[in-house]
Design a protein around this ligand. Structure first.
Ligand code: ATP
Ligand code: MG
Length: 365
């Protein structure tokens, strides 16, 4: 998978125009607030994902403009393809190879990418919901139908929670819980099974990268953690039965709390370096290296699943890493198409090959 051109019109602070990246490493350098993250964000949006900065569509339109257009030409599945998104006030249109799509998520799996930006450090620093979204997003890139499974689970969970809140006022409704518990346990077990399989593979690949980036000094481990005990997670049927029994047993607690206390919406990942939690004990460099290893592992798993090499988008990745870690990173990933931003071109002097772009006031040259 290779981006051959990128076109901007009225997008954030980027000047209207077109750029032609090389198939290897593309470095975008510039001082603060010139548009580097904006550029990475545009490519990420074109891969069918939502902004990693949580931006609303209206935020993407250049101040004072009516609409924004981003377009990408890429080579994938042995042919030239294009993806385009047009944002106008209150409306968004997405095109794949000139054909209008029902939603921008239709681009998921067409132009695959993994992204690292400083926001992604929240993967180790923040609470469990960040980690759940990471695994869910990563799985959706290789198995788009997982999105429907998650939506159905969320819908069922919301309905059960609404029912739990209604029961104290209408006790006769308690009989209807059975059906919801059954459905929720079966959907939940499916999600847990898919996530566990993914996390096992992610852990293998990420620990390999982390071993390299830390020159063999650190062992990274990623383990799926759930209120469904590990011995009950050997098959979806066992997870389902455990979850169903738990939902039935804890019914009164759930009614009192007004929410469901077991299921994939409560699960987490334990991320450890040399047996200690990275969140609690990891240094800044260790946390950054760990997130990077997870991101590169994510890329490797996409490549295995879709037989296409996803784009690697690295925003402001080099800061906080010592020179050995920087060197490992630059040389280990330069065999695929990479978009990397930094403040000074000197930071990437160890790179042998690639294309250098300077971003100045939104102008890319
Ligand atoms: P840093 O090195 O500090 O991370 P950066 O080059 O990554 O800087 P960006 O985050 O890309 O900077 O933002 C560049 C500028 O874009 C910001 O100063 C911001 O004010 C501007 N900007 C953001 N959204 C819009 C918009 N909708 N219209 C015009 N300008 C915008
Ligand atoms: Mg930035």
């Amino acid at each position: 998978m290779n981006v051959t051109s990128l076109c901007f019109e009225g997008f954030r602070n980027l000047e209207d125009g077109e750029i032609f990246p090389c198939p290897g490493v593309n470095v975008f350098y510039g001082t603060n607030a010139q548009g580097k993250t904006n550029l990475i964000e545009a490519i990420w949006l074109l891969s069918g994902n939502r902004s990693f900065r949580g931006a609303r569509d209206a935020d993407l339109i250049k101040f004072g403009s009516e609409r924004a257009k981003i377009k990408i030409a890429f080579f994938s599945e042995m042919r030239e393809q294009s993806a385009e998104i047009i944002f106008s006030k209150g409306k968004k249109e997405t095109f794949l190879n000139g054909v209008k799509q029902p939603a921008s998520s239709a681009l998921l799996g067409k132009l695959c990418a993994v992204v690292f930006s400083p926001e992604h450090l929240s993967l180790v620093k923040s609470g469990p919901s960040e980690r759940r979204s990471f695994i869910d997003g990563a799985i959706c890139q290789i198995k788009p139908s997982f999105k429907d499974q998650l939506s159905e689970y969320k819908r069922t969970l919301a309905q059960r929670n609404a029912l739990l809140k209604d029961i104290p006022h209408h006790p006769e409704l308690i009989d209807t819980l059975y059906a919801w518990d059954h459905h929720l346990a079966s959907l939940g077990a499916g999600i847990i099974g898919t996530r566990m399989k993914y996390v096992k593979k992610l852990c293998e690949a990420a620990s390999r990268y982390h071993n390299g980036i830390s020159s063999g000094k650190e062992k990274l481990e990623i383990v799926y953690s759930s209120a469904v005990p590990e011995e009950y997670r050997t098959t979806p049927e066992r997870s389902r039965d455990y979850m169903f029994a738990f939902l039935t047993d804890k019914r009164n607690e759930d009614i009192a709390a007004g929410c469901t206390t077991i299921g994939p919406h409560r699960d987490d990942l334990d991320i450890m370096i040399n047996g200690e939690s990275v969140r609690t004990f990891g240094s800044q460099g260790q946390q950054r290296s760990c997130v990077l290893s997870m991101k590169i592992a994510e890329e490797e798993l996409i490549k295995l699943a879709v037989s296409e090499e996803p784009l690697v988008l690295l925003d402001d990745v080099l800061s906080e890493l010592d020179s050995t870690r920087q060197e490992f990173l630059l040389n280990e990933i330069c065999d695929r198409q990479v978009f990397i931003t930094c403040c000074e071109a000197a930071s990437v002097q160890r790179l042998k090959d690639g294309k250098l772009f300077r971003i100045n006031g939104g102008k890319i040259e």
